[in-house]
Structure formats: structure tokens, C-alpha cells
Design a protein around this ligand. Structure first.
Ligand SMILES: [Ca+2]
Ligand SMILES: [Ca+2]
Length: 347
């Protein structure tokens, strides 16, 4: 997600009906965090169906040349690994040659566009010059999450395959994957929202995302970004702490504590969906797996960021005793409560 997404003003709320918001409760419960797969059972697979590396719609000599360049440079990029053996060599070139003339699926073209857009950022200094900065600590399976400041990437409730909003860097500075964000747009410091101006809407259903059903989205709720200063972002992931399942007030208390009382407003976002794509280091759990088991193995377990795992945003709350009540309780602290929260509220 974007730096400004978790900007100094809490996200505005769009009123909507209870039925639309809560229809898919059970769907949402299943994907609340990104678990690791059983690596002993996992079999890596190539990222693309056919070797259409340049997203032209079919495989030609031009695609082979892109792969040949990487082989010649002894430069491993998972995106090009046709036999998923973590090497780029003649075997991959031969497989790609066999694909010549084949048409690629829309999913392949979407992935190739994501690669084209983010390949320059394998050099982290290039990303920094383009305004990227971290906004989380380094976590096992994720490294640190970086996004562009100001206002880069596909934000809001639109999925733009060729424009992932963020990058996952390992602590040694190498790029392992990219990620997408589906959720409320960010707010600037003056309170205005930037395009596409999507106010928060509670939505338990995973986005459509990439063609096909392989893309496994997961969600985060009650998210709190401690250490975030959109006006002067630190480039050191250790300066950040990403936390989940907190109310805005709880988030504010954490931020105040961390800043010695300097922070006035919480960097809090009610809920968003996320998808990782491991384009640069082959993930044995799958191209779209929620975490990469080999990435920063000694860093903190992301489950530790979930401060109150027993809280579910769609569970009833003592003050809002109906399905979805916990989210209503959180939102009521921002002074803007969606329409559905008024129905049957116990207040
Ligand atoms: Ca092609
Ligand atoms: Ca290979």
C-alpha cells in the first residue's frame, strides 16, 4: 500500500447497507493472515504458462532474447525460470524455444506487465530515487514492504495488474516480490483524498484480481502503522512497526508511545486486501503465496503483528451487538460510522 494510505488523517467512511457489507462473512474469515505452506510438500512451478516474457500475447524470438540476456549475465530472475529449478540456463532456453508461436493467457500477460513495471526496482537505489520507502518492519516471509511516495501505484478498489503498489525487499536489499492493495484510498495531510477517491467500504469478499483462481488474496483489519511520517519517511525498516486488530484510539496510543508523544493522529486503516506476487525469487508455496518461507527467516513472525488475534472485524461487539459490530466500534472512534452500523445498534 501507499505511504499516504495510512496518512495522518483516518480514512473517510462511505455509508452502505448491512447486507452488501456482510454477505460474505464466512468467506472473509478463512483468509485473515498469510500462512506458510508445508515446504516439504511444496513443488515450485514456473511463473508463466508459456514464455511470453514481453506481454506481446505470443512467444517469439524477442522473448528468447530477454531470457538469453539473463542467462548471459548469470542473473537469476524467477520470472524467466521455465523449469522452476532456480537456475537460468540452456534448459530454460530450450523450453522457451518449444513455446515459440504459442499464444499466452491473459494471466501471463498481466504478470509480464507487473514484471516490466517493477524490474528497474531490483536496484533499490533506483526505487529510492523514484520515491519508494519502507512502511513496515522486516518480517519473516515478507521482508520489508515498500511503497511509492507520493501517490504511486494502483490504489483504491481498482485492480491494475501492471501497476503493483508495492515491493518486498529482503533485509540485504534484494527484491523478492511485488504486492497489490485493494482498499480505501489514502488521505493527504490536509485531509483531502487522492485519486481514485475510494472511501472505505467494508467488503469481506476477495477481489477478482488476476485472471483465474490462483491469486490468493488475504486481508488485514484494524491496521496501525507506527513510525510512519509521510512527509519525511525513514528508509530504515527498523523504524516502523505494523500492527493489526487495533482500534484507532489504541493505534494512537501506540504511536504516541513510540514517538515520545509527538504523534497527534493515528496512522490507522480499517481494512484492506493484499496479494503478493513472487516474481523475482521462486516461491515453493506458489507465485501468489501470502508469504515466502525463505525470506528473512530470522525476522519476526508476521503473526506477532496481530495484537488481538481473538478480535475479528466482523464479530459482534458489546456496543454494536450484531455481525460486523467490531468494525463499527472501531469506526465510531473516527467520528464517522457507516449506515449499517445504526441498524440494531445497542447504544
Ligand atoms: Ca512475446
Ligand atoms: Ca531453470
Amino acid at each position: 500500500m501507499h505511504k499516504n494510505l495510512a496518512g495522518s488523517t483516518v480514512i473517510l467512511i462511505q455509508a452502505l447497507s448491512a447486507s452488501a457489507a456482510m454477505a460474505q462473512h464466512s468467506e472473509m474469515q478463512e483468509h485473515g493472515h498469510a500462512a506458510f505452506c508445508d515446504v516439504s510438500q511444496a513443488e515450485p512451478t514456473p511463473i508463466l504458462g508459456v514464455a511470453d516474457f514481453d506481454a506481446s500475447g505470443s512467444v517469439s524470438e524477442a522473448d528468447l532474447e530477454l531470457l538469453q540476456d539473463r542467462v548471459d549475465a548469470s542473473d537469476y530472475v524467477a520470472f524467466f525460470d521455465r523449469n522452476a529449478d532456480r537456475r537460468l540456463d540452456e534448459a530454460d532456453l530450450e523450453l522457451a524455444r518449444q513455446d515459440i508461436g504459442s499464444r499466452s493467457a491473459p494471466r501471463d500477460q498481466q504478470l509480464a506487465l507487473a514484471y516490466q513495471h517493477t524490474e528497474p526496482f531490483r536496484d533499490r537505489e533506483t526505487a529510492i530515487r523514484k520515491g519508494y520507502a519502507p512502511f513496515t518492519q522486516t518480517l519473516h516471509g515478507h521482508g520489508a514492504h515498500w511503497s511509492q511516495h507520493p501517490e504511486g501505484g494502483g490504489l483504491g478498489y481498482s485492480f491494475v495488474p501492471g501497476n503493483p503498489v508495492g515491493l518486498n525487499y529482503a533485509s540485504d536489499g534484494t527484491l523478492w516480490g511485488v504486492f497489490y492493495y485493494i482498499g480505501p484510498s489514502g488521505s493527504r495531510d490536509d485531509g483531502s483524498m487522492y485519486p481514485p477517491r475510494h472511501a472505505f467500504r467494508p467488503f469481506p469478499e476477495a477481489p477478482e484480481g488476476f485472471e483465474g483462481d490462483e491469486d490468493a488474496w488475504h486481508w488485514h483489519a484494524g491496521t496501525c502503522f507506527v513510525g510512519l511520517d509521510v512527509n519525511d519517511p525513514s528508509l530504515d525498516p527498523a523504524d516502523y512497526e505494523f500492527l493489526e486488530r487495533l482500534s484507532p484510539r489504541e493505534c494512537q496510543a501506540r504511536a504516541r508511545e513510540a514517538s515520545g508523544g509527538q504523534v497527534e493522529q493515528p496512522n490507522w486503516v480499517p481494512q484492506f486486501h493484499m496479494l503478493h506476487v513472487w516474481l523475482y525469487e521462486l516461491n515453493p508455496c506458489g507465485t501468489f503465496a501470502g508469504a515466502h518461507p525463505e525470506l528473512d527467516v530470522n525476522a519476526a513472525d508476521p503473526a506477532q503483528s496481530i495484537v488481538h488475534p481473538e478480535r475479528h472485524p466482523e464479530a459482534p461487539h458489546p456496543d454494536f451487538d450484531f455481525e460486523g459490530g467490531t468494525m463499527c466500534a472501531w469506526l465510531s472512534e473516527t467520528g464517522t460510522t457507516p449506515e449499517y452500523c445504526a441498524q440494531g445498534a445497542v447504544q
